[in-house]
Design a binder for this molecule. Sequence first.
Ligand code: FMN
Length: 368
Amino acid sequence: MSTTETLFRPFSHKGLELKNRIVMAPMTRGMAPEGLPGAANAEYYRRRAEGEVGLILSEGTVIDRPASRNLPGIPFFHGAALEGWKQVIDTVHAAGGKMGPQIWHTGSTRAGEWEPEAPVESPSGLVGPGEPRGNTMTEADIEATIAAFGKAAGDAKRLGFDVAELHGAHGYLIDQFFWSGTNLRDDAWGGATIAERSRFAVEAVRAARAAVGPDFPLILRLSQWKQQDYTARLAATPQEMEQWLAPLVEAGVDIIHASQRRFWEPEFPEIDGEEGLNFAGWAKKITGQPTISVGSVGLSGEFLAAFGGQASEATPLDKLVRRMENEEFDLIAVGRALLSDADWVAKVRAGASDQLRGFNAADLAELV
Ligand SMILES: Cc1cc2nc3c(=O)[nH]c(=O)nc-3n(C[C@H](O)[C@H](O)[C@H](O)COP(=O)(O)O)c2cc1C
């Protein structure tokens, strides 16, 4: 039996002081009427702060572009919605929590039948390889979008959030620039290498950094996999990973949130074996920056199956504890276990493993 003490060491980086290593993963709930977070959303996050989550990352919340969201209940992070977000962060702080918004643009992805009022936009008017959808972004669109990412990060700081995360993963807009399957541009925003296709992300990070100043911590969420293709990879070798990540760190990323569906899967098993470093482990080794890992912590099934209604049972944390003890990564994000149980962290700290409930897909329907 492993002890989970290692998860409860404090974490400190660039003024971000956390009481433990557990991060609430960003999870879209689609429950902000008119895109405005209200009291119910604030209370949902308050329960996680009271439940001892070290750092709460908000659900993806979108920048000021005409078609930046793909579901009507996704909250805006601009305009009138900012008042609601101010209530959220004040409520979380009053409960002793720390929090950052996840700043997002859903690109050309679809999350159902709903269509935004304006046409969706993406680097090459594709949602996947060979799959046209929406507009190809003009130079002016790209510049306005980068500015909107910067503005949102600046607003996060101004409202009193502790950190801001840019969503560069999972096949959404920033990732559509990274991915050769959706970025066919032959101008300065595309190219044959991951370094060239990273320029949009680099500029978005630069804009965010310029807006928040040198001392406010910025997180960037990245993934190799895409919702359009789970097997896609942006970096097939550590060298390519360095070409991808180093310019982003140089642009101002403090913490890399390396998204996997299962945290124990090795990133380059051909190099360090089946028990080798995961994505967050390699990102930390390559950049020297702190990293967040994620993926099926404490659960038997992975998260995309959850949307199909699959429940997950609670599973032991030994594998996670071993990797944290080895300092492979610095923080661990927990998604569904915290969606279903606001007290998950407190229960883990108390050693009450028999009370861990797992994930119940019915909890997706309300803010429990
Ligand atoms: C309901 C739901 C909504 C999600 N929404 C987002 C999101 O807005 N942004 C994001 O980066 N990831 C999102 N994810 C992915 C989670 O952040 C996390 O990476 C994933 O659930 C794996 O963690 P888990 O296995 O602990 O649930 C979502 C996952 C779920 C279950």
